[in-house]
Write a new protein. Structure first.
Lengths: 212, 212
DNA sequence: TAGATTGTTAATCGATTAACAATC
DNA sequence: TAGATTGTTAATCGATTAACAATC
């Protein structure tokens, strides 16, 4: 990466999209792809793609395009997907259960190691090959399995205290689905998903176009 | 709304966050809130909040703040949450099942009316009080229940064809969770969630800060 | 070589932040 | 009234788009 260039959040968020599309392209058998063709497939302008990639290095060949295989490897390394992160899910409700069964995380190189819940009925159960532990065991299990990233799918009222425990135990990344703003130290990476935004924004646009 | 002002996507996406926070504030009993205090709670600068709100009207009182009750009603109307949209979920896999059980949608005023799946084992089941219908019945059910918005949680390989059927039947909004770029006509509002982005971006930042 | 396509610089566009007059 | 806080205009910042030289 070129150290003097600031990489925008928008660029980082597009890389996983390129990554997945490139894998499809590879499965289809193509060995070379142009920014023009990739752009058409992911819905991003070719200039944007070239600019995004160029902030990390020169991955393409002028007059030719990008070698699919190499670009997949390069983007994978930029995103750190080769590092085999260990992850855990706190909160085995409907959403936590769904994410525990989500195939795509494995294909991205994340290893789901543990689930946590407070419900005695759930503790000890095996979901998708992974055990549900009591939340009281978070310190022990995070340490034992070397958990790097936690997914929070507990109710909003418990999310901050669970986050505190996880951070205390050394978790360095949190992917939060609880509808609340979590506070974590600066050295912990926090990404929050807010599922009410998507549906509400559709409602907003429909309200304007589509009078009842 | 002031017709000559262009409302940014970012503004629309912040409104649901303000909305939920204001409801919490109302539950806590406060009747008035300043942009300063609201900003602190949602993690947005007060200037940004005032600008967002001001693009739709004058909802505050100078020297006083915003009346919580009024602001909730106003933002709700801006977002169209008072319109009682009928929604359906296509794909009752893990994620579709989780979303079918998600409480927050109801509290936002969305009515889940139907689920669709191709699996004969699932057809006829009742999930959270809502029936699973065969995908072949989409035209009939969308018409009968007047479905406005559909959530797509089918596998990527089927997502576009399901979207085509839904659009054909008159669905005007699609919230897509399948990891693929859907194409829909201009008059259909499409919002896509890409669950690989959140986790990948955490991986990106951790890779830089946290050498193994 | 000629055509194609990248990587990079400059121009444009849009969103956020700062400042402040209006006014409760 | 004085203090507080909004709504709005101007300044800044950052991201995208356009253009093109480099080169395969």
């Amino acid at each position: 990466m070129k150290d003097h260039i600031v990489i925008s959040r928008a660029t980082i968020d597009r890389l996983p999209v390129y990554f997945r599309c490139l894998r499809h392209i590879q499965e289809e058998g193509a060995e070379i792809i142009s920014s023009e063709d990739l752009g058409r497939r992911v819905g991003v302008t070719p200039e944007q793609i070239r600019k995004d990639l160029a902030s990390f290095g020169e991955f393409g060949k002028k007059g030719v395009g990008y070698y699919v295989r190499d670009l997949i490897r390069n983007i994978g390394e930029i995103l750190g997907l080769h590092r085999n992160w260990n992850i855990a899910i706190a909160g085995v409700g409907h959403l936590g259960w769904a994410l525990a069964n989500y195939r795509n995380f494995i294909s991205l190189g994340f290893n789901l190691k543990a689930l946590f819940d407070v419900d005695p009925m759930k503790i000890g159960q095996i979901v998708n090959g992974v055990e549900v532990f009591s939340c009281e065991k978070i310190p022990q299990i995070v340490d034992e399995y070397d958990i790097h990233i936690a997914i929070i799918t507990v109710p909003a009222s418990n999310a901050q205290s669970i986050a505190n425990v996880l951070v205390e135990c050394g978790v360095k990344g949190i992917w939060n689905f609880a509808p609340i703003r979590l506070k974590v130290p600066d050295d912990v990476r926090l990404v929050s998903e807010d599922l009410s935004v998507g549906l509400s924004s559709i409602s907003y646009y429909l309200s304007r176009e589509y009078k009842l």
